[in-house]
Ligand binder design. Structure first.
Ligand code: GLN
Ligand code: ZN
Length: 758
């Protein structure tokens, strides 16, 4: 019998109930009891949706983040949280600096991306004196809750070694020195679960798919030797990739079962089956937990059937990873095209697929004959649909050649031409694109969407907004202006909506962090651009000023990384299609007289594979796609790009290879320390290190900006420096933006006169 289970279910609720309840709680509009009640109701609903499974996850639910839950579980909340408050208040204080609007504020825990996903976790904090103690009340009460509802459950916990790996030491001590103490706490935890009658525990060690040095593999051995003393059976769980060099080692760790990602690690399945000792269970993650496409069930069954014959009762089936990364229920969708809807599966549908597979294996295909036929028809319709496949685009992609991705001349030659053309001062000032998205702007967009504003009225509104933004920038004295992006709700969705090959869900929310969710647009088919997307706004803005106005686009890699991407062709192919569509837009802007064009690649870095050995393959096609987008222009046209981070020490060569004339990056918070990379690496083109931290309401002073730029000028020649904020200004208010930009402009004048005097 193949056994079914789930690694984790989305927590936020199909109508984002948890989000709304949390935000109410933080605003003090609801009580702790109400919040706990909502959480309990959601868990109950989610278990009900999973009840056909043999084992249901418990402990996968979280009020904010499961890594923070683990910190609370092992008694490792930072000491700065105020002790005179209840556990929940402490928890939220770490998560977001404060528990509710009126309570004391402390520094929130740092947040970072969970492996290669768009989910962010709260980074555990350690120092040499960190001790651990068990606080399992929360988990145990959820175990009791599920059992009281009659469910067969399998608690889910984050493994001790991954927990340490994800954290940061504040004092430079070695995290692994803390392992013994942590293991003692995990042993107590297993004991507590044993007392609840728990038989299996899923223990997640996703670091098994990363490159581990021997101290970490040693830690894993030590951990599982220690935890193996418990009579509880451990399902050691890895996901998000292949085990590769860790494969033999993972198979041999002393646990009762191993879960592997059979989507990303498909080529390793046979090896794992060969290596796994015969007393161990093998759980195969056969349903993709990272995308929203249906599984080809007949194809999956074809390779699973012989495996089941080999493994018999040792075979478990699950999604590849937690379903946290997909929306809850496709049945909520009312507006999707019928064909496209039949190609999609959200969390609930993915679990249905799992059950169909298990039934087919356990009772024979006839038991699910109808389901298999429906699946086969949907798969065929997707494969053959002319909405997916556009031969013209495939031909165009096949015709891409190297020359298309190269500028006509070198940066030095271009820079000379551009200097003449734009006649910009030293230390030119600019912004990253968006201006404050006021309540008025959001209101107008909403009214337009609801049909309360007609096309004409909405256009007039946007033009007035552009008038306003240009006036403000002229008054401030900025050198290179922008139109302000008032028409854009989101830098990816805005383009997706105008491209063919994209569709949008109504309720396809995925948790990004805490109560924040994103609704990634869905790329289902070959991408094309039916008409120009931004030219009208850019040319209108340019008509209002004698200063250059930048055209503003989102780059192909960022569009790709922030969408649900089709799985029937390599990501690199989809990226090339996006690149061609945005390239056409670049050329249209140039043709329309827009001479400076910015192509944002905010998400280029986050597409990096988990293993460094695979970075170059990704960077090759990602950089090539950017170049294909940008580099069709004449030497006179200045290409800018923007990236929302500054840790690019390890990818600096790739960024230089993009060959943008100007790059703007985020740096202000790091005090330009992150520019250290330019001590060794001679960045060849122009660069605007951010001098205004737009993540806080703080206004930088003239002196601070001058000091930052002077630091930057120690590494990059002044002629190649720009002055700009860290990122777009859409989340800020005009009252903050005006003085901050005024300080920037004054600082640039100070710098110019200093350098003239020197
Ligand atoms: N041009 C965009 C803006 O200014 C860039 C946003 C981003 O990089 N995240 O909002
Ligand atoms: Zn940015």
């Amino acid at each position: 019998m193949a056994i079914t289970h789930n690694l984790g279910f989305p927590r936020i609720g199909k109508n984002r109930e948890l989000k709304f309840e949390l935000e109410k709680f933080w605003r003090e509009e609801t009580s702790k009891e109400d919040l706990q009640h909502t959480a309990q109701t959601l868990r109950k609903t989610h278990w009900n949706l999973q009840k056909q499974l043999d084992w249901l996850p418990v402990g996968d639910f979280s009020l904010y983040d499961h890594v923070l839950d683990t910190s609370a579980l092992v008694g490792n909340l930072p000491e700065r949280v105020s002790q005179e408050q209840d556990d929940l208040a402490k928890y939220f204080q770490v998560a977001r600096g404060q528990s509710h609007s009126h309570c004391q504020q402390v520094a929130a825990g740092e947040m970072t991306k969970w492996f290669d996903t768009n989910y962010h976790y709260i980074v555990p904090e350690f120092d040499a004196n960190t001790t651990f103690s068990l606080h399992a009340e929360n988990l145990i009460s959820q175990v009791k809750e599920a059992k009281a509802l009659g469910h067969n459950i399998k608690p889910v916990i984050l493994g001790p070694v991954t927990y340490l790996w994800l954290g940061k030491t504040k004092d430079g001590s070695n995290k692994l020195d803390l392992l013994d103490g942590l293991l003692a706490t995990y042993e107590l935890l297993l004991l507590a679960l044993q007392e609840e009658g728990v038989e299996w525990v899923q223990i997640d060690e996703p670091i098994l798919v990363t490159e581990l040095d021997s101290s970490w593999t040693h830690a894993l051995k030590q951990a599982y030797l220690a935890l193996n003393k418990s009579p509880i059976k451990l399902l050691l769980t890895s996901y998000f990739g292949e085990l590769k060099e860790n494969l033999h080692f993972a198979c041999e760790l002393p646990v009762a079962g191993l879960h592997i990602d059979a989507i990303n690690g498909f080529n390793e399945i046979d090896q794992v089956v060969d290596w796994l000792p015969s007393h161990k269970v093998l759980s195969l993650g056969v349903i993709n937990g990272r995308n929203i496409w249906i599984n080809d069930l007949n194809k999956t069954l074809a390779w699973l059937t012989p495996l089941q014959q080999r493994l018999q009762d040792r075979l478990w089936l699950a999604p590849s990873c937690s379903l946290l990364h997909v929306p809850v229920d496709l049945d909520s969708e009312q507006n999707l095209d019928e064909d496209i809807q039949s190609w999609l599966a959200f969390a609930v549908q993915k679990l249905d697929e799992l059950n169909i597979l298990a039934t087919a294996l356990n009772q024979g295909k006839d038991a699910v004959a109808e389901e298999l036929v429906i699946n086969e028809l949907a798969i065929k319709s997707r494969q053959q649909s002319n909405r997916v496949h556009n031969p013209l685009i495939k031909t165009r992609v096949a015709g891409i050649n190297d020359a298309m991705a190269q500028r006509k001349s070198s940066y030095q030659q271009r820079a000379a031409i551009q200097r003449q053309r734009f006649n910009l001062p030293l230390f030119p000032t600019t912004t990253i694109g968006s201006f404050p998205q006021t309540a008025e702007i959001r209101q107008a967009r909403k009214q337009y969407r609801l049909g309360q504003l007609d096309e004409q009225q909405y256009q007039t509104f946007l033009k007035n907004q552009i008038n306003h933004d240009i006036e403000q920038q002229e008054a401030l004295g900025l050198d290179v202006l922008v139109h302000g992006e008032a028409e854009r709700n989101d830098m990816v969705e805005y383009f997706g909506e105008q491209l063919d090959g994209y569709t949008f869900s109504q309720f396809g929310w995925v948790q990004s962090y805490g109560s924040r969710c994103v609704k990634p647009p869905i790329i289902f088919g070959d991408i094309s651009r039916p008409q120009a997307m931004t030219v009208e706004w850019a040319t209108y803005a340019q008509s209002l000023s004698s200063k250059p106005v930048k055209g503003m686009l989102t780059g192909p890699v960022t569009i790709l990384n922030w969408s649900f991407v089709r799985d029937d062709q390599p990501r690199s192919q989809t990226c090339l299609q996006l690149a061609l569509a945005i390239r056409d837009e670049v050329l249209d802007l140039e043709e329309a007289g827009i001479n400076i064009i910015q192509i944002d690649e905010a998400a280029l870095r986050e597409g990096l594979p988990l293993r460094q050995s695979q970075w170059h393959t990704y960077l090759d096609w990602a950089v090539n796609s950017f170049k294909l987008t940008a580099n069709g222009v004449q030497d006179e046209t200045q290409i800018h790009t923007h990236m929302c981070y500054s840790e690019f020490n390890d990818i600096i060569q790739a960024i230089a290879d993009m060959d943008a004339d100007v790059i703007t990056i985020e740096t202000s918070r790091s005090d330009m320390e992150l520019l250290d990379v330019f001590n060794e690496f001679n960045y060849p083109n122009e660069i605007g290190p951010g001098v205004y931290d737009i993540h806080t309401p703080n206004i930088p002073t003239i002196e601070q900006i001058v000091e930052l730029i002077n630091k930057a000028a120690e590494r990059i020649p002044a002629e190649r420096l720009w002055i700009n904020p860290d990122c777009g200004l859409k989340t800020r208010r005009w009252e903050e933006v005006k003085p901050a930009l005024a300080a920037m402009v004054t600082a640039s004048k100070v710098l110019r006169s200093n350098s003239a005097a020197a």
